[in-house]
Design a protein around this ligand. Structure first.
Ligand SMILES: Nc1ncnc2c1ncn2[C@@H]1O[C@H](COP(=O)(O)OP(=O)(O)OP(=O)(O)O)[C@@H](O)[C@H]1O
Ligand SMILES: [Mg+2]
Length: 229
């Protein structure tokens, strides 16, 4: 039996009072890799924000990693986010501390106390993204691709049940995008579930997977055309 990590039924997504998406039915199982595509302004980020509790779900049904999005309270949000790994286009690393410092900050904020345990968890996630040797560096000493790999490592710290990546390659050149995508593919192969919003059709062709499209205030699954060359 496949395990559901995300289910939306007849959901509507709003930014304040403006309707962005309606009649949204989406189902994601454990282990899936799902793309979310669509032109700029069609609601990909709004969709993601609803999933991590940044926008309230006001209509329809929604459950994510066992949280009901309709009844989600402000006090539940930090706990929901511990079960999710969120990755953004602009990395969002803290420049006043090293990579290790960045990851330690998240662990401490989520209740970790044991220094040895934290160190070994940090090494484990940095190893997964190929950044173990750079833990002593500051974010501004890394390339964009390296910073994004660290951001992915940070998303892995609390063994998330679902990773939400909102245009994780949006600031990267094509070659670096492929490298970051390889990291996401690897962690998906190791069992992590990933929902990734992207504009990058080259990645979709290179790494085909289930694809949802935002268009005309709706979300629907698209069947990818096979590359003919
Ligand atoms: N904070 C906000 N307040 C009000 N409206 C917003 C807000 N953020 C986004 N919107 C509106 O919601 C709609 C969807 O925006 P959203 O950012 O979800 O699109 P997107 O698909 O992620 O676009 P992009 O590809 O440019 O990232 C747009 O019309 C946008 O103007
Ligand atoms: Mg967006």
């Amino acid at each position: 039996m496949s395990e559901t990590v995300l289910e939306l039924k007849n959901a509507a997504i709003y930014q304040r009072e403006s309707l962005i998406l309606s009649e949204v039915d989406v189902h994601i199982n454990k282990g899936d890799f799902v793309y979310l595509i669509g032109k700029t302004g069609t609601g990909k980020s709004s969709f993601m924000k609803t999933l991590y509790g940044d926008l309230p779900l006001q209509e329809g049904e929604g459950s994510i990693v066992d949280y009901n999005l309709r009844t989600l309270k402000e006090k539940d949000i930090p706990f929901l986010r511990r079960k999710l790994g969120v990755v953004f286009q602009d990395f969002k690393l803290l420049n006043d501390r090293t990579i290790r410092g960045n990851l330690e900050f998240v662990l401490k904020a989520t209740g970790w106390k044991d220094k040895k345990g934290m160190d070994s968890k940090i090494d484990e996630v940095l190893d997964k993204v190929g950044m173990k040797t750079k833990a002593f560096k500051f974010p501004y000493q890394l390339s964009g691709g390296e910073q994004q790999r660290v951001a992915i490592a940070r998303a892995l710290l609390n063994d998330p049940e679902l990773i939400l990546a909102d245009e994780p390659t949006g600031n990267l050149d094509p070659q670096t995008s492929v490298e970051v995508m390889e990291v996401l593919q690897d962690i998906n192969k190791n069992g992590n579930t990933i929902l990734m919003a992207t504009h990058d059709y080259a990645l979709l062709l290179k790494y085909p997977s289930k694809t949802l499209k935002c268009d005309g205030q709706k979300v629907f699954e698209v069947v990818q055309k096979k590359q003919t060359t």
